[in-house]
Design a protein around this ligand. Structure first.
Ligand SMILES: [Zn+2]
Length: 88
């Protein structure tokens, strides 16, 4: 679990194992027990957007759950790992 500071007074806990650990949807049978990093039905407890410390773009930290750095957007995490190497 990662504690992510959103504003000066707001901190959210983000589980990095799977999107399902951060999702309010119950009885989602299709994805149960697997590590999920992309789901059309995903609904987080708190909708948060943070600013990438590299490029300044705003993004949802849930889109980069499987990447090494939650403080960087999808593009900058991809650059960190080499352009074509995205892992999940
Ligand atoms: Zn960025």
């Amino acid at each position: 679990m990662t504690r992510l500071r959103v504003t000066e007074h707001i901190v959210v806990n983000i589980h990095r194992r799977s999107l399902c650990d951060n999702c309010v949807v119950r009885d989602c049978i299709s994805l149960h027990g697997t590590r999920v990093f992309d789901c059309p039905g995903f609904k987080p407890y708190f909708e948060v957007f943070i600013q990438c410390r590299n490029c300044g773009e705003y993004y949802s930290p849930y889109t980069v759950l499987s990447f090494p750095d939650l403080g960087l957007c999808l593009k900058c995490n991809g650059l960190l790992m080499g352009d074509s190497h995205y892992y999940k």
